[in-house]
Design a protein around this ligand. Structure first.
Ligand SMILES: Nc1ncnc2c1ncn2[C@@H]1O[C@H](COP(=O)(O)OP(=O)(O)OP(=O)(O)O)[C@@H](O)[C@H]1O
Length: 259
């Protein structure tokens, strides 16, 4: 484990970040222990998952817009000052690899990959160029999902710390299953992953703790108790019933909602 605990100090927030006080999971945060190789951050839209993940990433030395720790590009300075309030309790070993992957600024990270490959900053041998780490072609020349997966398959080497913000965003259900096995590959190679997700497929990974951000302090939750699992399950078990309720149609005469 590269990060064992996340501790928030009581230092005041700058005025432009006053909104953080209104996010219960952030304002109620004092200490969060990471107990498993994989930790999922789950919760409703706006519950603070990205805010927390970004702050952990910045506190660990990643670029706020994503990338490895060698990425230093900046298109817009929008990250909060929460990272300055966080103290990360680290394990005895430093990661040999790492990546902060965020769906919302993936385009900019892909541009940075192009720039670095053209500048050849890391040197290249005749048979393995920098772009080879990303599937051999520009991430901009691949679809959103293809480029996401190319990154994970080719660039995530293991022994690393991987912070992923909604990695499922571009992935089909089949590719989410591929990502699940990639998560397992990385865990077997002594990696730690912190993943903000809405995917009931990803959060089923067994060697994981699911942390729920809701209206109080962040707390662990069982997989089957997540809304993601329950809503998806009840929808797929009987889509017609859910659709009748949602679309407010009168049930057909004689048909009970429970059928
Ligand atoms: N710069 C900002 N100024 C004001 N409010 C902000 C700012 N950035 C984020 N917020 C608010 O902070 C809250 C948490 O946002 P965050 O992106 O962390 O949520 P999230 O849990 O990742 O949501 P989602 O699941 O939709 O990605 C939201 O209500 C959002 O509107």
């Amino acid at each position: 484990m590269f990060i064992n605990s996340i501790v928030k100090t009581n230092a005041p927030l700058p005025e432009q970040d006053a909104y953080l006080r209104k996010i219960p999971a952030i304002s109620g945060l004092s200490r969060l222990d990471l107990n498993c190789p994989v930790t999922f951050l789950v919760g409703e839209n706006g519950s603070g998952k990205s805010t927390l993940l970004e702050a952990v990433a910045v506190a660990f030395g990643f670029n706020p817009e994503g990338g490895s720790r060698n990425f230093h590009f900046s298109t817009e300075d929008t990250h909060s000052a929460l990272s300055q309030l966080l103290c990360l309790y680290k394990g005895p070993y430093r990661p040999k690899d790492g990546f902060f992957l965020r769906a919302e600024s993936f385009y900019n990270a892909a541009s940075e990959v192009d720039r670095l490959s053209k500048n050849n900053l890391y040197g290249s041998s005749p048979d393995k160029s920098y772009l080879q780490n990303f599937g051999g072609k520009s991430l901009h020349q691949q679809s959103h999902g293809e480029s996401f997966l190319a990154l994970v398959l080719n660039r995530f080497w293991g022994n690393g710390l991987y912070l992923l913000d909604e990695p499922e965003a571009a992935l089909s259900p089949a590719r989410q299953l591929t990502l699940l096995s990639e998560i397992h590959r990385l865990v077997k190679k002594n990696s730690q992953l912190l993943i903000a997700t809405h995917s009931p497929i990803l959060m089923a990974y067994p060697d994981a703790e699911i942390l729920l951000l809701s209206d109080g302090p962040i707390r662990p939750v069982a997989y089957e108790d997540t809304e993601h699992y329950q809503i998806t399950k009840s929808f797929l078990e009987n889509p017609q019933r859910m659709l009748r309720i949602l679309l407010e149609e009168e049930p057909a005469e004689g048909a009970a909602l429970s059928d």
